[in-house]
Write a protein that binds this ligand. Structure first.
Ligand code: GDP
Length: 483
């Protein structure tokens, strides 16, 4: 039951949308996460389940049969690429392969017609909600702090990070290039390009599975979108002296100018034109990748979460705070790919994310929006089983490992179903890593599985994509708007 205050807010929301000329209310849902966190799979599964009446028992509007119809409509923004839902779902269902991941911003409008439980809503919205899903790389959010930093400060921080022992191997080539430079030398394009390429390669190496670091600005060096190769992305940090002005035409002056251009023509437009218009946000996090890579990756993920949360509640006097009028009121932080673990480890996984988030919230001095945490699998590629070994009963997951995946000495062909013991996550996040060791405490094993084969009912109907807690995510993100 919604309260009177809720009713009034809904009506006001609806009026607000009417004044923008839209006939019915819309909700802009941001879907972000660092690369390969699971954004593309999440959106595809969400849309498929809503279009095909999937099993969403914790999504009240659907479970109670109040959703009459869901359909895709033309998106409101002509200049934003459309999320390629049809291509992605075909890849999952027909090829049993994972779709191409997010490389840039995209958008999709899904309209839901529902029978409102409340007379007020019915009167003002006609029982229709347009969900505008905005998919964008989480890396881009990590650029916000750059707006407060000049080139000298950005450079000093970036070079200090590159010289950390854990990063030196990956940054070696870039650092060697920087060390051999005369900053006052006349600028030339090949030098700028080789510096920027070496810097980008170093950042990308830090994202590898084995390192899995998260805090790697500038975000477009990892996810350039359609700006790859443009001058605003052809720069790199240099050991410039703070406060010193380098001669016009010098390498240092050129790269400093391009860094400023990056902020003006790349970072600011994204926040102004896209981020500032979001109503709600889901942030997907691949915690298992970080856990597998070790304690430093987990710490770095927490830093990234704090930086990302900082975007949602910027100070009033900051550049973003000065024009952010639509405040995001709900943020869901979801640990993805929970189907890689047995159900017994889902709560511990949530506990780990909650702990990371609490630390990030404290660090970002974040307050305001309602936040929640859950472990989900947008597409459930495994089922659970128990294997008995003498008196031992091992909880396992069963799925088809992708071709080339290995467990011990076995290499899989992509066709054979296998039972895997994924290991347990400790219920206390503090016990995640053994003292003084980089390895997960209980030897957690994550195998990439192919998407599931869809089951058919006796009547020959194909069931919708299986998931874990996608319905709870939908209830948190949309439930009140379909009341
Ligand atoms: P994006 O970069 O955030 O768009 O990430 P994707 O959605 O493309 O996901 C990256 C990879 O993670 C996929 O190719 C899958 O291998 C895996 N993945 C994502 N979501 C799931 C899921 O729900 N279950 C399983 N088993 N794997 C997933």
């Amino acid at each position: 039951m919604t309260s009177l205050a809720d009713e009034a807010r809904l009506v006001l929301d609806n009026f607000a949308d009417r004044t923008t000329g839209l006939f019915h209310p819309n909700l802009r849902l941001g879907v972000a996460g660092l690369s390969r966190a699971g954004k593309t799979v999440f959106i595809t599964a969400l849309v498929h389940n809503l279009l095909h009446g999937g099993r969403l028992s914790l999504f009240e509007a659907q479970a109670s049969g109040r959703i009459m119809r869901s359909y895709l409509e033309e998106q409101p923004d002509d200049a934003v690429p459309r999320f390629q839902y049809e291509e992605h779902i075909r890849t999952i269902l027909e090829d049993r392969a994972w779709p191409k991941s997010t490389r840039a911003i995209s958008e999709l409008r899904l309209t839901i017609e529902y029978e409102s439980a409340s007379g007020w809503s019915r009167m003002f919205s006609g029982g229709r909600l347009s969900l505008d899903i905005v998919d964008y790389p989480g890396e881009w959010l990590l650029d916000l702090p750059l707006l407060d930093k000049d080139f000298a400060r950005f450079s000093a921080e970036a070079l200090e990070r590159a010289r950390l022992p854990s990063r030196q191997a990956m940054a070696g080539k870039f650092l060697a290039l920087v060390d051999g430079l005369d900053l006052g030398q006349p600028a030339d394009e090949p030098t700028a390009q080789s510096l920027s390429t070496a810097f980008a390669e170093y950042l990308k190496a830090c994202r590898d599975d084995s390192t899995a670091l998260s805090t790697l600005p500038p975000g477009r060096f990892l996810m350039p979108g359609d700006l790859e190769g443009s001058p605003a992305l052809t720069f790199a940090p240099l050991p410039v002296e703070p406060g010193r002005t380098y001669p016009k035409g010098s390498l240092a002056a050129l790269l400093a100018r391009r860094y400023e251009a990056y902020k003006t023509v790349v970072v600011k437009p994204f926040f102004r034109e896209h981020f500032a218009r979001l109503d709600r946000q889901i942030l997907l996090v691949d915690v298992m990748q970080a856990i597998n890579a070790g304690p430093e990756a987990v710490r770095d993920l927490e830093t990234a979460l704090a930086d990302i949360l900082g975007c949602f509640r910027p100070g009033r006097n900051s550049w973003l705070g000065s024009f952010l009028t639509r405040r995001i009121d709900r943020i869901l932080v979801a640990a993805t790919k929970a189907d890689h673990l047995h159900r017994d480890s889902h709560r511990p996984l949530e506990a780990i994310v909650r702990r990371l988030l609490d630390d990030a919230i404290a660090r970002a001095k974040f307050s305001g929006a309602e936040t929640d945490v859950l472990a989900l699998a947008a597409v459930r590629a495994t089922r659970e089983a128990t294997v008995t070994d003498g008196d031992d009963r091992l909880p396992v997951i069963v799925g088809t490992p992708a071709a080339g995946e290995t467990i011990g000495r076995d290499t899989f062909d992509g066709e054979t179903e296998t039972a895997v013991f994924p290991g347990d996550l400790p219920s206390d996040p503090a016990r995640l890593f053994l003292p003084n060791a980089g390895k997960p405490a209980d030897g957690i094993r994550f195998v990439r599985f192919r998407p599931p084969r869809l089951e058919r009912t006796a009547e020959g109907l194909t069931l919708s994509l299986p998931h874990i807690r996608l319905d709870r995510a939908l209830q948190f993100l949309l439930g009140d708007r379909l009341a």
